[in-house]
Ligand binder design. Structure first.
Ligand code: ACO
Length: 333
């Protein structure tokens, strides 16, 4: 079944509450209206009620009245969320006054609503930078149990003629967050990406941690890091199907896998590719996207205690709509 058909049906059956901090922005309002019209999530828009309703009317949108609108400078809202932010950040030197100021920042307010259990996930980044969205999520929502490193995965939706992955999907990570992961962080990225592959892509993960070496063909400290990461990932999740270090061809091409890594359960069959650094992951997904005409869906942030999705600033209302559906799916246990 088409990925989005499946994810849309799942979102519809499990209504989640998604907060849009950039709730007074045209593309966000349009996406919210379409999501509400299709009954795919409950939407919380942050922004001035008057601005949101005026824009919705100008755009001829008829479903925004179903959204919950929260005004970030409403004293009652700040009374509720500023103390939570203060509790979370006082060890870092935040004062109650700073917490009240910061809680009125839409990114922090959205994250606080998720932290407080008033929303199930957050989608932002049509206006704000990746760094700003991530920092609010890291500082407020924090990481899932057993994880301290958030990373970003892409679902690569392959055209029919490419015989790789599973159900036409390869999952790539980290392509978005951690510039130079150490072995422990790389292991966490592998475990989280396997989980994303299972829960969002709906595939049975077979993870390869990639390198320029396959099973000792080269010696280098960067290869050692990948071998160590594979060992730690095994330790973290003994049931995880994972192998490393593997080169890309050994990971995804059965004949090459059999030749270079005989006996490996993963070689030639990997559907989750974990890159040894952000440079490689970010460059690789963009090359595959552009040169092979592959649709790249993401980044799906993974490892947070609750899902947050970062949009590209060039995104369309339809991109936001899809991202809301994905985020809702990530929050379904
Ligand atoms: N996972 C969990 N927590 C993290 C992570 C992480 N990966 N990185 C930082 N943190 C936490 C820190 O522990 C710290 O928490 P604290 O304040 O409670 O101590 C907080 O976040 C801020 O940490 P800093 O070290 O100050 O992080 P900084 O703000 O400098 O950078 C950032 C974090 C923005 C994510 C940085 O790693 C970054 O810029 N990464 C690259 C993002 C990017 O530009 N990606 C490419 C574009 S995206 C795309 O093309 C798809």
């Amino acid at each position: 079944m088409d990925l989005f058909v499946r994810l849309t049906a799942r979102a519809k059956d499990n209504t989640r509450r998604i907060v849009l901090p950039e709730g007074d922005e045209t593309r966000n309002i349009t996406a919210a209206d379409n999501i509400l019209a299709d009954g795919l999530a409950d939407i919380i828009l942050l922004g001035k009620r008057h601005d949101i309703e005026t824009k919705a009317e100008e755009l001829g949108l008829r479903h925004i009245s179903q959204a919950t609108i929260v005004e970030p400078d409403d004293p009652a809202v700040l009374d509720k969320y500023a103390p939570l932010l203060y509790e979370l950040r006082k060890k870092k030197g935040m004062t109650p006054e700073e917490a009240r100021r910061k809680a009125a920042d839409v990114l922090y307010l959205g994250a606080l609503m998720v932290k407080a259990g008033d929303a199930d996930g957050m989608v932002s980044g049509a206006i704000h930078s990746t760094g700003d969205v991530l920092r609010a999520a890291f500082q407020v929502i924090k990481t899932a149990p057993g994880i301290d490193t958030v990373s970003g995965a892409f679902l690569m939706l392959l055209p029919d003629h490419l015989p790789y992955g599973e159900n036409g999907i390869l999952v790539f990570a980290d392509c978005a967050v951690v510039p130079e992961p150490d072995a422990r962080q790389l292991a966490q990225i592998a475990v989280c990406t396997a989980n994303t592959a299972k829960t969002v892509a709906g595939i049975d993960p077979r993870v390869a941690i990639l390198s320029f070496s396959t099973k000792g063909s080269a010696k280098h400290e960067r290869v050692d890091k990948v071998i160590e990461a594979t060992r730690i990932a095994h330790e973290m999740d003994p049931d995880l199907q994972i192998d490393g270090e593997l080169q890309t061809d050994a990971a995804i091409v059965p004949t090459v896998g059999a030749l270079k890594a005989p006996g490996s359960e993963i070689a030639g069959k990997a559907n989750v590719l974990v890159f040894p650094s952000l440079e490689v992951g970010n460059i690789a997904y963009k090359l595959v996207q552009r040169l092979a005409g592959v649709e790249a869906v993401g980044p799906l942030l993974q490892g947070l205690a609750a899902p947050v999705s970062d949009l590209s600033r060039g995104c369309s209302a339809s991109d936001i709509y899809k991202t809301i559906v994905m985020t809702a799916n990530q929050s379904i246990k």
